[in-house]
Design a protein around this ligand. Structure first.
Ligand SMILES: NC(=O)c1ccc[n+]([C@@H]2O[C@H](COP(=O)([O-])OP(=O)(O)OC[C@H]3O[C@@H](n4cnc5c(N)ncnc54)[C@H](OP(=O)(O)O)[C@@H]3O)[C@@H](O)[C@H]2O)c1
Length: 345
């Protein structure tokens, strides 16, 4: 199997470290370049990085010299996990220099010509890439994005329901892990023994991204799914794993069995990082829980439970996913596998 050489922008951060962990032993990718801020550039990765994942810094990256986030870097594919403050300009520069850019940042997610991908749901949105290249004059380069880490937890069950019954409206309350704020993130004095009812900039993202993901691609553009989302986002005292409490009104009548079957039968893909089960629905009354379920399917499965008829809306359920795996690095790697599988890279 051909090996592609990948570079990681923001390699020393929370998501960057998860990329390095998930890429160990990957059959299609080998890490060839690591980039971060001026604080890190010029140091070896081991000198620059405060490694926060289980185990030690992998041998294959310890001695790589961290470069600034400027093209070109020595790779075939760029994974970006930069803060949105620098991502927009930098990702465009890499795409313009001919690199496929696979981004975790929010900077391009809602641009009309940029795919916002969950490969199991909307792989056909890759059709935007040719339009993007022409419109922006990118040549061989392009940008694709993966969704906000909280949106990833509930968009898949919504996609299952939307395909079968249509969605009228959604109310979602997210309970988001500390690692979602990056490192060092929220102060321990603020989060210990506490729930924070505000995450800067989060609610607007959670209210608009699912409609693009569930939209249809035709005549060169995405027609967004026609439903409203009302969101409240909370930071909670959990290390990894975002939970979403969802209430949904459907367009067509559906029994509880129909709703559960729609979610359970939503197919996974056959890519290297695809989980065997995409949406895992449990009847266990006290699940899903972040500590017990975030690693379901190597962190790539969406765990759903508490699916019941609701007194005000049609149905309610709880959805959970690993925010730095399915919500970030794992999704970006899956996107790269999809791009290769579909012949885009
Ligand atoms: N954490 C999550 O669960 C999650 C999930 C989905 C998406 N995201 C998104 O992914 C991105 C990264 O998040 P994170 O949690 O990994 O953040 P983080 O832990 O704060 O890491 C940020 C990374 O970006 C680099 N960086 C910061 N400022 C820079 C600058 N001005 N120029 C160049 N490099 C700079 C840092 O390098 P130094 O070490 O050299 O400072 C570090 O490598 C953000 O856009 C975030 O919204 C995060």
């Amino acid at each position: 199997m051909k090996k592609y050489r990948v570079g990681i922008l923001g390699a020393t951060g929370t998501v960057g470290q998860r990329f390095i962990q998930l890429l160990q032993g990957h059959p299609q990718f080998e890490i060839s370049a690591l980039a971060a801020s001026d604080r890190s550039a010029g140091k070896t990765y081991a000198e620059a990085c405060a490694w926060k994942l289980t185990g030690v810094i992998p041998e294959n990256v310890r001695d790589i010299e961290v470069t600034p986030i400027e093209p070109p870097i020595d790779c075939d594919i760029v994974f970006s996990s930069l803060p949105s403050s620098v991502a927009r300009e930098t990702e465009e520069a890499f795409a313009r220099a001919g690199f496929p850019v696979i981004s975790n940042s929010s900077s391009y997610r809602m641009d009309a010509d940029v795919p916002l991908l969950i490969p199991e749901i909307n792989a056909d949105h890759l059709g935007l890439i040719d339009i993007q290249r022409q419109k922006r004059g990118f040549g061989k380069g392009f940008i694709v994005t993966n969704p906000n880490c909280a949106v990833v937890s509930f968009a898949p069950p919504l996609a299952a329901l939307h395909r079968k019954f249509g969605i009228e409206s959604v109310v979602v309350t997210t309970m988001q892990a500390i690692s979602g704020a990056g490192y060092p993130g929220v102060s321990s004095m603020d989060i210990t023994d506490n729930v924070l009812p505000y995450i800067a900039g989060e609610e607007p993202k959670v209210e608009i991204e699912a409609q693009k993901i569930l939209g249809t691609f035709s005549d060169g553009s995405i027609q967004k799914a026609d439903f409203d989302v009302s969101a409240q986002c909370f930071r909670v005292h959990v290390l990894d794993g975002h939970t979403a409490s969802v209430r949904v009104d459907l367009r067509e009548t559906a029994t509880l069995e129909d709703v559960v079957a729609a979610m359970k039968t939503f197919p996974s893909l056959k890519l290297h990082s695809s989980p065997e089960v995409f949406i895992d629905v449990t009847e266990e009354p006290s699940r899903p829980q972040p500590r017990l379920d975030r690693d379901n399917g190597n962190g790539m499965t969406i765990s759903v439970g508490r699916v019941f008829p609701d007194n005000v809306f049609d149905y309610r359920f709880v959805a959970l996913s690993h925010n730095t795996v399915r919500g970030a690095a794992g999704s970006a790697i899956l996107n790269a596998e999809l791009l290769i599988d579909r012949g885009v890279i």
